[in-house]
Design a protein around this ligand. Structure first.
Ligand SMILES: NC(=O)c1ccc[n+]([C@@H]2O[C@H](COP(=O)([O-])OP(=O)(O)OC[C@H]3O[C@@H](n4cnc5c(N)ncnc54)[C@H](OP(=O)(O)O)[C@@H]3O)[C@@H](O)[C@H]2O)c1
Length: 262
């Protein structure tokens, strides 16, 4: 694979959590193709991590892998602190996430599942930013991207907790971006629509404007290179979800039902 020379807009070292999944794996390849030289990849699936390391190693990328459960807060923070000290990633993408739904008969979400979802989607995402930030502040450089979702605009009846978790990530990321803006650290919120991945396939309900993961990864990399505060796509779905968020919830609920959401 021809690899372009490194440029200012291509981070040399990128750390990606949830790299074993659809979007995370596509991001790893997107940065490898763009010219990043070191990729630090996390997930739980060790076989998949080994596979990625081998394939990316074959095209000349230095790959560091870590299999850990991000719900193990102290292990996650210790590993991120170590990586920040030894590798100083230019870009950290907090991408690991899970989804749950209310079930085929709308029986609702189980409390244990909601607990797990908030541990991964909210606490681990915030822990990732919190653990990586001090080293970036100290060297007055670096970038941290948080994976939210278009579901953050307006809660979907199929996925109430997931929507709420992604709204929390969006609001946290926006606030933190402004907090550290003067310190040389860039923070960005990513809000994808439907993107092909196991999580997406497992989700009930309509999936309009479904994108391939490599297309999403390209748009994310380009948005991060421009330091856009919010990277949301695809445009029509983003606009529709944004408008659902600003109209009265009884009206948006009626529209969602008409569109096939329960
Ligand atoms: N696909 C979409 O339509 C869509 C839309 C909007 C936002 N997003 C967001 O994009 C991100 C990536 O999702 P995806 O679509 O690529 O889903 P995916 O293919 O299911 O990947 C999820 C990733 O998260 C990791 N993960 C989950 N729980 C973990 C845990 N407890 N500890 C460590 N790693 C864990 C998984 O690792 P293992 O498999 O190794 O356990 C996997 O790498 C998520 O934050 C998701 O909410 C996705």
């Amino acid at each position: 694979m021809p690899r372009p020379p490194i440029s200012d807009s291509v981070p040399a070292c990128v750390l990606i959590t949830g790299a074993t999944g659809g979007i995370g794996g596509a991001l790893a390849w997107e940065y490898a193709r763009a010219g990043s030289t070191t990729l630090i990849l996390q997930g739980r699936n060790k076989d998949r991590l080994d596979e990625l390391a081998s394939e990316l190693g074959d095209v000349g990328v230095r790959v560091i892998t870590q299999a850990l459960d991000v719900r193990d807060e102290s292990a996650l923070r210790a590993w991120l602190t170590e990586m920040s000290e030894t590798e100083a990633p230019d870009l950290v993408i907090a991408n690991a996430g899970v989804n749950i739904n209310v079930g085929a008969d709308q029986q609702g979400e189980r409390w244990e599942d909601m607990h797990r979802l908030f541990d991964v989607n909210v606490k681990a995402t915030m822990a990732t930013l919190h653990a990586c930030l001090p080293a970036m502040q100290a060297r007055r450089g670096g970038q941290i991207a948080l994976l939210s979702s278009l579901a953050a605009w307006r809660g979907l009846p199929e996925t109430p907790s997931y929507s709420a978790s992604k709204a929390a990530v969006k609001v946290y990321g926006e606030a933190m971006r402004d907090l550290v803006a003067g310190q040389g650290v860039r923070i960005n919120v990513i809000m994808p629509g439907y993107v092909e991945s196991q999580m997406c396939f497992d989700m009930p309900g309509p999936k309009p404007f479904l994108w391939r993961a490599d297309r999403a990864a390209r748009v994310i990399r380009q948005g991060l290179a421009r330091n856009r505060a919010r990277i949301s796509f695809p445009f029509p779905l983003n606009l529709g979800c944004f408008l659902l968020a600003v109209i009265h919830p009884s009206v948006s609920g009626w529209i969602l039902r008409r569109l096939g959401y329960r």
